[in-house]
Design a protein around this ligand. Structure first.
Ligand SMILES: [Zn+2]
Ligand SMILES: [Zn+2]
Length: 423
């Protein structure tokens, strides 16, 4: 009975291994067969961090994924292996590796990780681990992108571990431990201060420049420096409703070095001054909305007739092209500087924790659009028109004019005579 159970367990275990091994390498990296070398790299960078055991303690499945991802990268990033894999699949790669002439990159997934991110293949949060400086870059975007959301691509110049020598600085990847300092990088020198009196001073080794090791044939790509300056394409996703000043953190994406774990790349989002775009689709009123937090502000001008008599409408084109209709019917007066609240036409709601945090009481409504009205008085009239208006005022002002003192809420001086004045 016991034996039988063990056999089943063993069979299941074998089955699991078989399934794992058969997982398609392209699928593991979330790619298809047309993926470029760059795509493969990018996928590895993202996924290896996500499934790194440091980030998923006690999660055996994440660890397996991490190993799989390294394996998939190893094959798909080596063009000869990739060709074999495309043609013959996993078995072909295995055969090739057994043949001995295989890529031979060494299959330690942590080694691979450190070739990308520096350090010892781990995240730099452990005490004692050296960590490089964080890096900040600013990206200026128009308000439209904050409203609609967008993927942005940009280039960041940063120090990267040299691909060609994999951070060894050596053409043949052979690194020799310095014989003068035995790899410590430091030597003790004795200075004679006086006969029989010595002072011991610790100094960086001059043979290896304090590195503790040197190479015979320096890598031609990085000139033995182990790192190169490169423009790296980075992409970020702007979610609708994100605020300006938002800091997007890309873990371990700052300057790299074999000597430490790369710090974080931080992209700070700025809002661009509005400008009229050359693209027709982007020439809309929304371009000139002003944002404050979740709310948007817009100024709409009315003529004297519109403000006073009503019967007007406006189509304000929003940042995504939808139209917000404003208007009054006849007889509805709009005072200058009046502010109208258009509920829900502000910025979309965005909260950073919206994936795992579903509190009911949180206000997840979009913001409002506040429209302030200005009124333009005509400064020129034809003389006939001027005369008619003047006569009209004369006719009505005495009869039903208003008292501006009362109307504006000022303290009223003792009545002189008939104070009715203006319409
Ligand atoms: Zn040395
Ligand atoms: Zn190099």
């Amino acid at each position: 009975m016991y034996l039988q159970r063990m056999l089943i367990a063993l069979a299941l275990a074998l089955f699991a291994v078989a399934v794992l091994a058969a997982e398609d390498y392209y699928k593991v990296l979330g790619l298809d067969k047309s993926a470029s070398e760059k795509d493969v790299k990018r996928a590895y960078r993202t996924l290896s961090k996500k499934f790194h055991p440091d980030k998923n303690p006690n999660d055996e499945s994440a660890r397996e994924r991490f190993v799989e991802i390294a394996d998939a990268y190893d094959v798909l990033s080596t063009s000869s292996l990739r060709k074999i894999y495309d043609q013959y699949g996993h078995d072909g790669v295995e055969q090739h590796r057994k043949g001995g002439s295989a890529g031979g990159r060494g299959n330690d997934p942590f080694d691979l990780f450190s070739r990308f991110f520096g350090g010892g293949g781990h995240f730099g949060h452990a005490p004692g681990a050296r960590r490089g400086p964080d890096m900040e870059v600013r990206a200026a975007l128009p308000l439209r992108d904050f409203y609609n959301g967008r993927e942005i691509n940009f280039l960041v110049e940063k120090q990267q571990i040299c691909d060609s020598c994999e951070g060894t600085g050596s053409k043949d990847r052979e690194v020799i431990t310095c014989d003068r300092c035995s790899g410590r990088g430091m030597v003790i020198q004795k200075h004679m201060l006086a006969p029989g009196m010595f002072q011991q001073v610790q100094m960086p080794c001059d043979k290896c420049g304090g590195q503790g090791k040197h190479v015979k044939n320096p890598c031609p790509v990085c000139a033995g420096q182990r790192v190169v300056k490169k423009e790296v394409e980075t992409s970020a996703s702007i979610e609708p409703g994100m605020d300006k000043g938002t800091r997007l953190v890309f873990e371990n994406e700052a300057d790299e070095s074999p000597d430490w774990v790369a710090g974080d790349l931080i992209v700070i989002l700025d809002e661009k001054e509005p400008e009229l775009s050359s693209s027709e689709a982007e020439r809309n009123d929304g371009t000139f909305f002003r944002r404050k937090g979740k709310d948007l502000f817009w100024k709409e001008m009315l003529s004297l007739r519109e403000a006073w008599m009503g019967e007007w409408s406006r189509n304000v084109t929003h940042l995504d092209g939808h139209v917000v209709r404003l208007g009054r019917s006849r007889g509805q007066v709009v005072q200058p500087w009046a502010v109208e609240t258009v509920v829900g036409e502000g910025m979309p709601h965005y909260s950073e924790g919206h994936l795992h945090d579903q509190r009911e009481d949180e206000n997840d409504e979009p913001g409002n659009l506040y429209v302030e009205y200005g009124v333009v008085l005509p400064d020129q009239m034809e003389s006939g028109m001027e005369k008619e208006f003047f006569a009209l005022w004369e006719k009505w002002r005495k009869k039903i004019g208003v008292d501006l003192g009362v109307d504006s809420g000022r303290p009223i001086p003792p009545p002189a005579e008939d104070v009715k004045d203006e319409l």
